[in-house]
Ligand binder design. Structure first.
Ligand code: GTP
Ligand code: MG
Length: 136
């Protein structure tokens, strides 16, 4: 089975949606929480995590938002969990996200879209090392 790195972003924590979102993930049969922590993400961690977006017009505003309060970092394990959590989250832009998805039900603007989930096996491996270096 697979592991994926999930972040419940500062808007999810501020709005009290952590339980709701984790509940949706937990209720999928066969998926297990392997790590869970509330933490403030520092600039160095965020730069590593979002390296692919450096130089994009939204990069600085994304960094500022992600540092605006604590996030919840999770490791979720299970069958096809990488694509599965992405499907639960819905598309990046909440306006385009269908009702029933996390971003579709609760998202507001594109920057504040509540959740990050690794987008491939390569990303998951890279991101798990950044957020849970001691986890194996
Ligand atoms: P992540 O799981 O957070 O990586 O989201 P994603 O994979 O659905 O989107 P992507 O990696 O393309 O963008 C990373 C994050 O940057 C998004 O989740 C948004 O928070 C933010 N973002 C992406 N595109 C835009 C944009 O056009 N404008 C703004 N303001 N933010 C954006
Ligand atoms: Mg992404």
């Amino acid at each position: 089975s697979q592991r994926t790195l999930v972040l419940l972003k500062p808007d999810a924590v501020r709005r009290g949606l952590v339980g709701e979102i984790i509940g949706r993930i937990e209720s999928k049969a066969g998926w297990t929480l392997r790590a869970l922590e509330l933490r403030d993400l520092d600039r160095a961690t965020l730069e590593q995590h979002y390296a692919e977006h450096e130089g994009r017009p939204f990069y600085e505003s994304l960094m500022e938002f992600m540092a605006s309060g604590p996030s919840v970092a999770l490791v979720v394990e299970g069958e096809r969990v990488i694509e599965g959590v992405r499907a639960l989250a819905g598309p990046t832009d909440p306006i385009a996200a269908a009702p029933g998805s996390i971003r579709g039900d609760f998202g507001t603007i594109v920057r504040e879209n509540l959740i990050h989930a690794s987008d491939s096996e390569e990303s998951a491996e890279r991101e798990l090392k950044i957020f849970f270096p001691d986890f194996s």
